[in-house]
Design a protein around this ligand. Structure first.
Ligand SMILES: Cc1cc2nc3c(=O)[nH]c(=O)nc-3n(C[C@H](O)[C@H](O)[C@H](O)COP(=O)(O)OP(=O)(O)OC[C@H]3O[C@@H](n4cnc5c(N)ncnc54)[C@H](O)[C@@H]3O)c2cc1C
Ligand code: SF4
Length: 324
């Protein structure tokens, strides 16, 4: 680990002050720091200013709304999300996903915003500076070639966040603040499938809140495959939300993580309106295969992660379909 480079930290108390601080060149958001600080200690990134968002007023709150939605501040910790009574009752898949992240002490500091906006990962990237220097760095940071997809002109580092797939299948929206004012977008549109660019946020923009609509009528669950059962990133992960109408699949949403450079929704149109049987399962498996792009960005074998992805999705849909 490197010593931290010279930088300053500011701690704004309002959304406007935070935006003003983030517009300045060389500024970067800081939340729990559990993703950002290890990377800075590896010499990845040299922000001049860290803008600590955890003191911004009312950004650590979980607020049920009159229409049955819930509004989650970006600075809400994952521990608070996992144990919140309203979230556990109305959106249990979200509480479960938050509880799957890292370990208990991480979750007391780690925030929802930081989890969603966490950097992508790769065995050639999450290494010390001397290790990366020995490989001539790579095009995600300081280098000009990719060691995973040689001759590629884009980075394939993988997104491993656990919470995004749950929020995508719950049809959540993201609220963004920035120098041009506030805007909202479907959560899935926050991400871009490029390991280096990662997010669709413009300069000075940042995530303030997430709004999750009521999930009545939907059954949802999530799962991840990992080497250890705690403090470990997903080698493959998935969330599923399903609406059953008698013997018909009335609605199905599937989102995946740990496989691509972004958390992605899997197209499920071929499965809607029919029973969940072997043919439907095969159609969904094809869609998962076409969406997932597992590459050698982790130490676990690619084939294993591809199979785990298929198995996780299949098991989640099977179990949710059978739920009374
Ligand atoms: C040992 C270990 C195990 C881990 N295991 C997991 C795991 O199993 N699953 C998992 O998902 N993650 C895991 N992580 C990664 C990380 O701990 C979590 O993703 C955590 O939720 C990050 O949140 P944070 O508040 O600490 O983010 P920070 O580290 O503060 O920030 C992360 C990134 O998001 C940006 N950011 C923060 N807040 C905002 C905002 N509001 N708007 C825009 N950008 C923002 C920061 O600039 C930074 O780039 C692990 C980390 C470690 C060290
Ligand atoms: S996928 Fe390629 S460019 Fe991206 S971090 Fe890994 S080696 Fe670097």
């Amino acid at each position: 680990m490197n010593a931290l480079h010279e930088l300053r930290t500011v701690r704004p108390a309002s959304v406007d002050d935070a935006t003003r601080a983030l517009v300045e060149g060389g500024a970067q958001p800081l939340a729990g720091g559990t993703d950002l600080l290890p990377n800075l200690r590896r010499g990845i990134g040299t922000p001049r200013t860290l803008v600590d968002l955890t003191a911004v007023a009312a950004l650590d709150t979980i607020a049920p709304l009159p229409d049955g939605s819930v509004r989650l501040g970006a600075a809400t910790t994952l521990a608070a999300l996992a144990r919140d009574a309203a979230v556990c009752a109305g959106w249990p898949v979200l509480a479960k996903a938050a509880g799957l992240v890292a370990g208990p002490t991480h979750r007391e500091a780690a925030t929802l915003g930081g989890n969603l906006c966490q950097d992508t990962r790769c065995v050639f990237y999450n290494q010390s500076d001397w290790w990366r220097a020995g490989n001539g760095y790579c095009l995600k940071y300081r280098g000009d070639k990719c060691h995973v997809v040689v001759k590629s002109d884009r980075c394939y580092a993988t997104y491993h966040g656990d919470v995004a797939p749950a929020l995508i299948v719950l049809d959540a929206r993201a609220e963004i603040a920035g120098p041009g004012g506030a805007r909202t977008l479907p959560l899935a549109a926050l991400f871009v499938e490029d390991g280096k660019a990662r997010l669709t946020l413009a300069a000075g923009e940042w995530l303030t809140r997430i709004v999750v609509p009521p999930a009545a009528g939907w059954r949802a669950d999530c799962a991840k495959a990992r080497v250890r059962d705690a403090v470990d990133f997903a080698l493959a992960g998935a969330a599923v939300a399903l609406r059953r109408d008698g013997d018909r699949m009335a609605g199905l949403r599937v989102a995946i993580t740990g496989t691509n450079s972004a958390p992605l929704a899997v197209p499920t149109g071929d499965v809607i309106g029919r029973p969940w049987d072997a043919d439907a399962a095969q159609a969904l498996a094809k869609a998962v295969q076409a969406t997932g792009n597992v590459l050698a960005t982790t130490v676990a074998p690619v084939k294993y992660r591809r199979r785990m992805l298929q198995a996780l999705v299949r098991r989640l849909v099977d179990d949710l379909w059978k739920q009374p």
